[in-house]
Structure formats: structure tokens, C-alpha cells
Design a protein around this ligand. Structure first.
Ligand code: C5P
Length: 243
């Protein structure tokens, strides 16, 4: 099941708390007015541990835990059970783990959340990391399938295994939405509001364009976290999403 979202544009924006230590992340999250969703990635989680998820939840935030699990079914299930019991509502898993692992992870996450009295989590499948290029997939992993075809096939595998959404690049969102109507979640990073620095993101889209293309939520990091005025930058991202 995709997460329940209100009509408030703030529900569409997940701010990535990258490059911050735990104290900075908590202070940042409490400072941005109207913020509802944050993303905790590997760097913050490895430093701060599960406690930071609980602390963010105590601050009233909804948490996307982006640890991209990829392991044998029992380990995936155990990790997703724990993540959901912490209150993470979006949790990433690699589609390449295969349908058995995805099914086990999905069932365990739901069970973990229910037992802990936490909201039902949504697992999001990662298909092909955007750092891969077709030629390198072929050369290093002997994968001859084109990236678009592979993204589509892995999203299909995930959906058939009961996974309720995917993380995808802005370039993939329209094609995936055509194959997976709402409420399938499509969470899209690589978003840049007008005038923001593109940085190391090669292919970007504006917030309104990405939502129009079919994204259900957007992940935005540095345009907000590195802004001189993060509150204003968050408001700028929300503005074009107002009905
Ligand atoms: O700062 P920026 O807006 O580029 O941050 C985007 C966030 O989304 C980062 O946490 C990054 O790791 C993540 N991400 C991405 N591209 C992907 C998958 C995840 O930028 N394909």
C-alpha cells in the first residue's frame, strides 16, 4: 500500500538529510516550517543508528529510510521488520534481490509495523541505480538489457511480488506511471526547482513537471539543505505544487 498523503503540497516533498551529523539533522528538521517528510540515508543511519529515526518521529516527521536492502530473503525480511517497527513509512529494497526476498520483506515489514503499533510501511524498489550506464552494465556485469527495459522489468517484478512502489529518476517516471497506475508510489530524486544549482545530478526536472509526469513524491536534498534560508527554499519547492 502506498502511504496516505494529504492534499498539502508539503506531503509531496521528502527532504534528504544528507551530509549532516545527527544533531544537525534533528535541528534542521525542526527548523523547516511545514516539513512533513525526511529521508534518512546510509550515511546518517550508519552514524546515528536507529535512534535518529525514533527522534525524527518524535518531532512529528514521517521518515523515508533509504538503506537499499539487498540480501537473502530471511535477512531482507528481518531488516524490513525492524525498519518498519521503528516507524519508517518508506523503506528501500533492491528489486534485484528477487521475488522471494521481496515478498518476504513486504510481509515482514507489515508484521513489524503492526506489532509495534506503527503505520503500515511502503516498500520501494530500487531498479537500476542512476550511476550505471548501459555500456558499463554490459562490460562489468554482462547485462545486455538496455536500462529502460531493465527498469521496466524490475519494476514489474517488484509489483508482482507485492511491492507498492519504486524509486525512479525523473526520466523514468512517465513510462513507469503508464505501466503502474496510482496508487503505486513513484518516488523521484533528481529534482531541481527553477534557479537551483544542478550540482552532480545529470538529468533533473522541476517539482511540478515531475509530479505532472506521474511522480507521487519527490526527494529533494541540497536545493533545500544547502540553501541560505532552508525554510524559504522548502516553500519555493512547495509553491508550484499548490492546486
Ligand atoms: O541533493 P539532492 O537533491 O541531489 O539529493 C537527492 C537525494 O536522492 C540524495 O539522497 C541521493 O542519494 C538520492 N538519490 C539520487 N538519485 C538516485 C537515487 C537516490 O539522487 N537515483
Amino acid at each position: 500500500m502506498a502511504p496516505s498523503l494529504s492534499a498539502d503540497p508539503a506531503d509531496r516533498i521528502i527532504v534528504a538529510l544528507d551530509g549532516m551529523d545527527p544533531e544537525q539533522a534533528l535541528a534542521f528538521a525542526s527548523q523547516v516550517q511545514g516539513l512533513r517528510w525526511v529521508k534518512v540515508g546510509l550515511e546518517l543511519f550508519v552514524q546515528a543508528g536507529p535512534h535518529v529515526v525514533a527522534q525524527l518521529r518524535e518531532q512529528g516527521l514521517r521518515v523515508f529510510l533509504d538503506l537499499k536492502f539487498h540480501d537473502i530473503p530471511a535477512t531482507m525480511a528481518g531488516a524490513c521488520r525492524r525498519a518498519a517497527a521503528l516507524g519508517a513509512e518508506l523503506i528501500t529494497v533492491h528489486a534485484c534481490a528477487g521475488s522471494e526476498a521481496l515478498k518476504a520483506a513486504q510481509a515482514a515489514a507489515l508484521d513489524g509495523a503492526t506489532r509495534a503499533g506503527q503505520p503500515a510501511p511502503t516498500l520501494l524498489a530500487v531498479t537500476v541505480l542512476t550511476s550505471w550506464e548501459e555500456q558499463r552494465l554490459q562490460r562489468e556485469l554482462a547485462i545486455g538489457q538496455g536500462i529502460a527495459e531493465r527498469v521496466s522489468a524490475l519494476a514489474q517484478l517488484s509489483a508482482a511480488a507485492g511491492i507498492a512502489g519504486c524509486v525512479c529518476s525523473p526520466l523514468e517516471v512517465a513510462a513507469l506511471r503508464a505501466q503502474h497506475p496510482e496508487p503505486f508510489a513513484l518516488v523521484t530524486p533528481g529534482i531541481r526547482p527553477k534557479g537551483a544549482a544542478v550540482g552532480d545530478q545529470a538529468r533533473v526536472m522541476g517539482p511540478a513537471e515531475a509530479i505532472a509526469a506521474g511522480a507521487s513524491q519527490l526527494v529533494i536534498g541540497r536545493p533545500i539543505t544547502k540553501a541560505d534560508d532552508p525554510c524559504a527554499a522548502f516553500a519555493v519547492c512547495c509553491e508550484p505544487l499548490k492546486a
